[in-house]
Design a protein around this ligand. Structure first.
Ligand SMILES: Nc1nc2c(ncn2[C@@H]2O[C@H](COP(=O)(O)OP(=O)(O)OP(=O)(O)O)[C@@H](O)[C@H]2O)c(=O)[nH]1
Ligand SMILES: [Mg+2]
Length: 218
């Protein structure tokens, strides 16, 4: 029998990623940049929500990194509003990782202190597994996703520092069971703040922006 050296590849990948994430986090903290990892399934309103939060930030400087498998549609949209936005395309990978963010932030000129929103790839699974150097994780979900998502995709809910429940303007038209949803959230993440918003009407974003301002220390 030959000796077999067992290597846990995933453990090594995570250790290397976490190490770089720590550097990113330190660099951002030093620059006075509060980094938010924005996660959620495709189309639940991540970009719409960012636009509404930024509108309510009141003087706190926003920066955005847009993560997409392909295209720069969201970046073009945000730049047209005068928001400093930078694009990362993964060309297949279903999540952003710390090396990608490390590389991106080295090329960004942070002219002043502020908040860096990093819109992760639209996916409720993979992004939750990788730290990218963020200070907090913001999970955006939509009432159109169905109220069972905390039960089916627990990691994203468990690791969230704040949850934004979007598209509440559509509540009257669908069968979203808010009590069942909240029961699932609370079982995973006892005291995570949950904000109900509508990216369409702008409802609820003043409270979200104020929460971010306080969290960021500004
Ligand atoms: N009715 C309603 N529609 C919304 C709301 N928020 C976003 N939308 C719509 O939902 C669609 C997707 O919104 P996006 O902000 O592009 O979603 P996203 O999560 O950034 O999408 P990806 O980046 O492609 O994953 C758009 O047509 C938005 O206008 C909302 O609160 N209510
Ligand atoms: Mg988007």
């Amino acid at each position: 029998m030959h000796d077999v050296l067992k290597v846990n590849v995933m453990e090594n990948i995570h250790a290397e990623n976490d190490h770089i994430a720590e550097h990113v986090n330190e660099d951002m903290t030093e620059l006075g940049i509060f980094a938010i990892n924005v996660m959620g399934a495709p189309g639940i309103g991540k970009t719409t929500t960012l636009k509404q939060i930024i509108k309510n930030l009141k003087g706190l400087k926003p920066y955005v990194i847009e993560g997409d498998i392909e295209s720069d549609i969201d970046t073009v949209d945000l730049r047209s509003l005068g928001i400093d936005t930078f694009q990362i395309n993964t060309f297949g990978a279903c999540h952003l990782d710390a090396p990608l963010i490390h590389n991106a932030v080295r090329n960004i000129q942070f002219k002043e202190k502020g908040v860096l929103f990093i819109e992760n790839i639209g996916n409720l699974v993979c992004p939750a597994e990788f730290s990218i150097g963020e200070h907090i994780r913001m999970l955006i979900v939509s009432v159109t996703d169905g109220s069972d998502k905390p039960y089916k995709y627990p990691l994203a809910f468990e690791k969230a520092d704040v949850i934004i429940l979007n598209k509440v303007d559509l509540m009257p038209f669908i069968d979203f069971d808010e009590e069942f949803f909240m029961k699932g959230v609370r079982a995973l993440n006892g005291d995570v703040p949950v904000f109900k918003v509508s990216g369409k009407t702008g409802e609820g974003f003043d409270a979200v922006a104020e929460w971010i301002r306080i969290k960021s220390g500004n």
